[in-house]
Design a protein. Sequence first.
Length: 351
Amino acid sequence: MAFDPKEHQHERFNPLTGQWILVSPHRLKRPWTGQVEKPEEEVIPSHDPKNPLCPGSIRPNGKVNPEYDGVYVFDNDFPAMLPDVPSPAESDDPLERSRATTGACRVMCFHPRSDITLPLMMIEEIRKVIDEWSGQCTELGKTLKWVQVFENKGKVMGCSNPHPHCQIWAMSSLPNEASAEDMNQRDYLAKNGVPMLLKYARSEDEKRIRVLVDNEDWICVVPYWACWPYELLLMPRRRHILRMPDLTDSERNSLADIMKRLLTKYDNLFEVSFPYSMGFHGAPYGIPDSECQHWQFHAHYFPPLLRSATVKKFMVGFEMLAESQRDLTAEQAAEKLRNLPDVHYKVRMTS
């Protein structure tokens, strides 16, 4: 019997994290009797004076938002990290290690309206979001080593506020995921003489089997080692880029374009506002570029939905105790997303 990746279980290696993922495509044949209907769409007002993220609203700490008409950034009222705190005492016990860390946490609103999301924003508006991301990275990177821009979208991802926003957390140390990517990209460059994700982007561009969307500067794929059902990896298509502030004017425009396109595909899959967690990774700050040549700027998109707008993938049991597992192959997921309309379903409904 010859091996068929669409039929037979196998493991795939994630070179960024150094972890294996179990792929079980034969499980797609099992019967499914769960809920598949589309839920009723939530009606979100364009402005809610009780929403603490809306222009002019009062936040829980008593501060009042300005009547902003574009992007708005403020310090998180309940930050996970503070800029100045005492350091823990050193321990002689190797099983009870700790280290000092300082940081900053900010909230960034994309748009003054609560009833709009990134795929429904104009490219010019998304470009302003990218410019602000870049500015925040530059500012925070002057004193902190890692700047994490991330967006949790949807209640299923723990985001209870529908207003379009993200968070920016910066810290003095290198967090776990960044440390793993740093080590593995460094090792790959040393062994192969080319940055890992620069080589991977070229490989996916040639094969075209896992590409979702692309343009002159960017390529978006369901990575070969994807863990979540419709996970995406967004990378520069050709140029070696270390960090977001390194993007040129044209690359920022094309990034806005491809983000709108990929997120439109997401929403069109089940015709819902597609939930996900996403974030950008790039070289740490405060380190000479000459020591960061193994890094390539990129973004991860991790969405939980599996079979419908109400059926999600749970990372429990085996995934928590052994290793991640998926049924749908990366190639099958890419084909499903790629064949979806390029026009957002809400736009099609009103045209």
